[in-house]
Design a protein around this ligand. Structure first.
Ligand code: ZN
Length: 261
């Protein structure tokens, strides 16, 4: 009996190795759902469940079906910062119209002891990864004097373009908080596909707030960075006709700037 049990165990292990070896998840790369320009035009239908998205990483950011809040994905757990400023735990069956994730495995860690704002953090990461065509995922856990973050209110169909929604976006001024910044620095060549430059979301340590970061003043913290430039894996929605039919001929650089910064 004992012998049979161990041979079953070995079989199970071999199967696990076989299936993990056949995994289609690229390592040291980024997986994203749809494109930023599709989101800008108002394609807010959910294309992929959080359950499936989680199979591509444990770290990232994005939004939810109907543009219902900002996604912060930390250590394999999804958080949703809604327009009321509160943090919710979404069901894994919820879907996302746009998200960007990676299996975060930092290859650099440093302590930041001087006062740092968003521009100073960007400068620090640019010095760390000077090649402009490389992606960098980063996480900063710190003590903040101030974080200015926003969220977006859930939308009903027919969905308006994102620039119209963010004109009335709720902005949260979070003071004296501990929390974590989650972000990506993406190369200029992702224009139209993702956000070139910096895209940062925030979660307060006790889950009392967060959102899409507009600026901050950090007192001190720890920066972890992971260069994730081997792959850019893009899920192109096939089920939903709105993605296939979206007008993606227009240069939306100005809209991206208006919406993200
Ligand atoms: Zn964002």
């Amino acid at each position: 009996m004992m012998r049979r049990f161990s041979s079953l165990t070995i079989l199970f292990c071999l199967a696990a190795i076989f299936f993990s070896g056949c995994s289609t998840v690229p390592s040291n790369g980024i997986t994203q759902v749809a494109t930023i320009d599709a989101l800008l035009t108002g394609v807010y239908e959910g294309h992929m469940s959080l359950q499936e998205l989680r199979s591509y990483g444990n770290f990232g950011l994005g939004t939810f079906e109907g543009l219902d809040g900002e996604m912060v994905f930390i250590d394999g757990t999804f958080y949703k910062v809604r327009a009321d400023g509160k943090v919710y735990t979404p069901a894994l069956s919820e879907r996302t119209p746009f998200a960007c994730v990676t299996a975060f495995d930092p290859d650099h860690r440093e302590t930041i002891t001087e006062q740092t704002d968003l521009a100073a953090l960007e400068k620090r990461i640019d010095a760390l990864v000077p090649e402009p065509n490389r992606f960098c995922a980063f996480k900063v856990r710190g003590t903040f004097d101030h974080v200015k973050a926003r969220s977006v209110p859930a939308q009903q169909k027919p969905y308006p373009p994102l620039v119209e929604v963010t004109r009335n976006q709720p902005v949260f001024n979070l003071s004296n908080v501990q929390g974590t910044l989650i972000g990506f620095r993406s190369p200029p060549f992702v224009k139209g596909v993702n956000v070139p430059g910096y895209h940062v979301h925030f979660l307060v340590e006790d889950h009392s707030g967060g959102g899409h970061v507009l600026d901050f003043v950090m007192r001190e913290g720890t920066l972890e960075a992971d260069t994730v430039h081997d792959w850019l894996n893009i899920y192109l929605p096939t089920e939903n006709p709105s993605f296939a039919r979206a007008d993606l001929t227009v240069d939306r650089t100005g809209e991206t700037q208006a919406v993200e910064k």
